[in-house]
Design a protein around this ligand. Structure first.
Ligand SMILES: Nc1ncnc2c1ncn2[C@@H]1O[C@H](COP(=O)(O)OP(=O)(O)OP(=O)(O)O)[C@@H](O)[C@H]1O
Ligand SMILES: O=C(O)c1ccc[n+]([C@@H]2O[C@H](COP(=O)([O-])O)[C@@H](O)[C@H]2O)c1
Length: 217
């Protein structure tokens, strides 16, 4: 069993997220990728849509794709939602033998050294880094802090589905670069512009019906 986890604010979820989740599953031959919406992210201001709405939008977005699942554990936790805590819980539930990989976009990867107990994350899971326009992974050595570079360099491996290890490596995934962001979608909706084809229609309809990203009147 090879499980992938993809944490995010998903405020709202969009095709940039869905495409890297699909390519992650495909490139690493994962049995399943669980999307893990975060609550109280330690590193950013309050999210715009509430927990229930973001969970529902993820549910709508992944409907019909048997490889994508939903893990709501962080929404049930009070206090900051640290990835370290989620990976510890997952390891305790699934055992040491399971191959566990955490998907992260290139922008998040470059700030990994500001995450809670970041050095220990690779004891718990593999890391798979997706391309994101504007964050050139070929230049990551210049862009990363010396601490991150020192920690990361020896761990980077060429993409491999047959790695015998259960955690501890970093794969740079050649995913399709899609310049889509939740920030831009929220801005488009708040100014009355169309966000169609940047995210699933079902998610857009949900956001519209619940007036999630409209400008305050
Ligand atoms: N278009 C994209 N391409 C690659 N990775 C992405 C893309 N959008 C988001 N990600 C990654 O998905 C994860 C969750 O991202 P998040 O939910 O914050 O989306 P976002 O579009 O970056 O949102 P925001 O604009 O609100 O910051 C992060 O690891 C981020 O790097
Ligand atoms: O654990 C941390 O300290 C930490 C710091 C920054 C981000 N994260 C996680 O990274 C994922 C992507 O975050 P974001 O803000 O880009 O949506 C999400 O699962 C967050 O909980 C985790």
């Amino acid at each position: 069993m090879r499980l992938g986890i993809f944490g995010g604010s998903f405020d709202p979820i969009h095709y940039g997220h869905l495409r890297i989740a699909e390519e992650f599953a495909d490139l690493l031959a994962l049995n399943r990728v669980d999307l893990l919406p975060t609550a109280n992210p330690p590193h950013r201001q309050a999210l715009q849509a509430g927990n229930v709405a973001r969970l529902e939008m993820v549910r709508l977005a992944i409907a019909g794709n048997p490889r994508l699942g939903l893990d709501a554990r962080e929404l049930q936790r009070s206090g900051p939602a640290y990835t370290f805590d989620s990976l510890c819980e997952l390891r305790a539930e699934l055992g040491p033998q399971l191959k566990l990989s955490w998907l992260i976009g290139a922008d998040s990867f470059l700030s990994l050294d500001r995450w809670h107990r970041w050095r220990e994350l690779l004891d718990l899971a593999h890391l798979a880094v997706a391309c994101r326009p504007g964050f050139d992974l070929l230049r990551w050595k210049e862009l990363a802090s010396p601490e991150l570079a020192e920690q990361v360099l020896p761990r980077i491996q060429t993409l491999s589905v047959t790695d015998p290890l259960d955690a501890g490596t970093i794969a740079l995934l050649p995913t399709t670069p899609l310049a889509i962001s939740s920030t831009a979608i929220r801005a488009q909706l708040a100014t009355g512009h169309s966000a169609r084809y940047l995210l699933p229609d079902t998610v857009l309809d949900y956001a519209g019906r619940h007036l999630l990203y409209q400008a305050a009147k």
